[in-house]
Design a protein around this ligand. Structure first.
Ligand SMILES: Nc1ncnc2c1ncn2[C@@H]1O[C@H](COP(=O)(O)OP(=O)(O)OP(=O)(O)O)[C@@H](O)[C@H]1O
Length: 285
């Protein structure tokens, strides 16, 4: 893997609620924010309450921002809205300085590359009829050709696939296999390789280790941390596993019934100031 662009350290602007630009001396920290979300709300047809309501946060370049909350609180709805798989009813999603919340088709296309997602279930995320190599090349063919890649170089399909497999610590022979011929942990590494292949700014990790055994979980979380540092990636790490979120993230947000009820630097998880719901989550895990 070619690496080089160093990740910026977290600046403290992460997870800022009102989306305001923070300043330290003369230095604006706003340039560090790669993804800014303001007042995002989504109500499903027929539902009594919004699935997500007034969600606002900023994600710093090179940072992992954790989002934790119990099942059904709205985490995946937020992820789908950020990826524009679903549309929010109102609110702003600023990526690369552009509000993408309402962009359509060709206007949205240049921003699709900038935000990628890794889902919980790698088996559902990979086309069973494609070899691993073909799956890895697919995002580049769809979105990457227009982009100037700086870590991976595309000289030939084979060379590109090799770099991606190497980046996620998989043997190159796996490129010729089909998804069912891999273990769950290997399949999830392939979906991570797909997500990084077109060098996005942001990756939404939606419960990326929930389907794995404990040993594979630890290894995949470590790989994600290493890739964040070496590729300068920014993560929104969604999980109901508070321990994993604490391990991975510089800042943490806690979601309850569609709203962010608590947000703090990871080191302040056990502080007395925590919201009662955060304390409840701590007592469960
Ligand atoms: N397509 C949909 N249509 C209608 N309601 C939905 C839809 N998807 C989710 N919901 C509802 O929206 C709320 C939030 O669901 P969501 O899947 O975002 O929660 P979650 O926190 O990701 O849960 P989990 O951790 O179990 O995946 C729930 O009440 C859910 O029933």
């Amino acid at each position: 893997m070619q690496v080089g662009r160093a990740a910026s350290a977290g600046t403290g602007a992460g997870a800022c609620e009102d989306g305001a630009t923070a300043t330290v001396g003369q230095v604006s920290l706003d340039s560090q924010v790669v993804l800014r979300v303001e007042q995002l709300t989504r109500t499903y047809a027929g539902a009594e309450h919004p699935a997500i309501q007034d969600i606002s946060f900023g994600l710093n370049r090179g940072e992992c921002l954790g989002l934790v909350g119990e099942s059904g609180c709205g985490k995946s709805t937020l992820a789908r809205c950020l990826l524009r798989i679903e549309d929010a009813d109102q609110g702003l999603i600023q990526l690369g300085g552009q509000d993408i919340a309402r962009l359509r088709s060709r206007h949205l296309r240049p921003y699709r590359r900038r935000i990628q997602i890794v889902f919980q279930n790698p088996s559902a995320a990979l086309n069973p009829k494609l070899t691993i190599g073909a799956s890895l090349i697919d995002p580049y063919e769809q979105l990457g050709r227009e982009a100037k890649l700086s870590h991976f170089t595309y000289t030939s399909k084979e060379a590109y696939i090799r770099q991606l497999l190497e980046a996620v610590e998989l043997p190159r022979e796996l490129g010729d296999r089909y998804p069912h011929e891999l273990s769950g942990g290997q399949r999830q590494r392939v979906t991570i390789a797909r997500a990084i292949s077109i060098e996005p700014d942001v990756i939404v990790l939606d419960e990326p280790t929930a389907s794995l055994d404990v040993i594979s979980q630890g290894a995949v979380l470590q790989l994600l941390t290493d890739l964040r540092t070496s590729l300068g990636l920014s993560y929104l790490f969604i999980s109901h596993d508070l321990a994993a979120v604490h391990r991975m993230s510089q800042h943490i947000m806690v979601m309850q019934s569609g709203r962010i009820v608590d947000r703090f630097g990871s080191e302040a998880l056990f502080s007395e100031e925590r919201h009662p719901y955060t304390k409840e989550l701590i007592s469960i895990f």
